[in-house]
Design a protein around this ligand. Structure first.
Ligand SMILES: [Zn+2]
Length: 161
């Protein structure tokens, strides 16, 4: 079951980060503490890891996975894309707006539920196609555009002499 904690601090993430692909997930213990993450894999000493490493991996892994996906823009809706994963034979719809890069997949739904916002690999595939390397960069630029538009709209109309 996905929870707020194991969405980021998961055995699967540690297995990928440490390259322990031969290990079963139930052998790997990962617990979120207040400021650190406690991890234990049989054969290794139990240890603490910084949360930042898991957070970085969370984003990097999705950005890497996005490379293998194929993005197809909708012809009748400029903000929608279908993202195909030919390995899995799956496809999801991504919709970009000023506030989010939303997807119909489970991962995106979980991120929004537990983190309040998110970006899945399908979202990163669309952002890549649009020339952005991160969700933060995309949101900053759309924000800037909105502010400029607001400024422009607040300017008084020129008065004819
Ligand atoms: Zn998705």
């Amino acid at each position: 079951m996905v929870t707020r904690s194991n969405l980021i601090y998961s055995a699967a993430a540690l297995r990928r980060m440490w390259g322990l692909l031969y290990r079963r997930l139930n052998e790997i213990q990962v617990r979120e503490w207040h400021r650190v993450v406690w991890v234990w894999v049989p054969g290794y000493r139990p240890t603490f890891m910084p949360k930042a490493g898991f957070k970085r991996h969370f984003v990097e892994w999705r950005r890497e996975a996005a490379q293998a996906l194929r993005v197809v823009a909708w012809l009748d809706n400029a903000s929608r894309y279908t993202v195909h994963n030919s390995d899995k034979g799956s496809a999801y719809v991504v919709e970009v707006s000023d506030q989010a890069v939303a997807c119909t997949c489970e991962d995106y739904k979980n991120q929004v539920e537990f983190l309040g916002k998110g970006c899945c690999k399908h979202g990163y595939a669309v952002l890549g196609q649009l020339g952005f390397s991160s969700l933060g960069e995309y949101l900053a630029i759309t924000n800037q555009r909105l502010q400029l538009l607001e400024q422009y709209q607040r300017q008084p109309l020129p008065v004819a002499a």
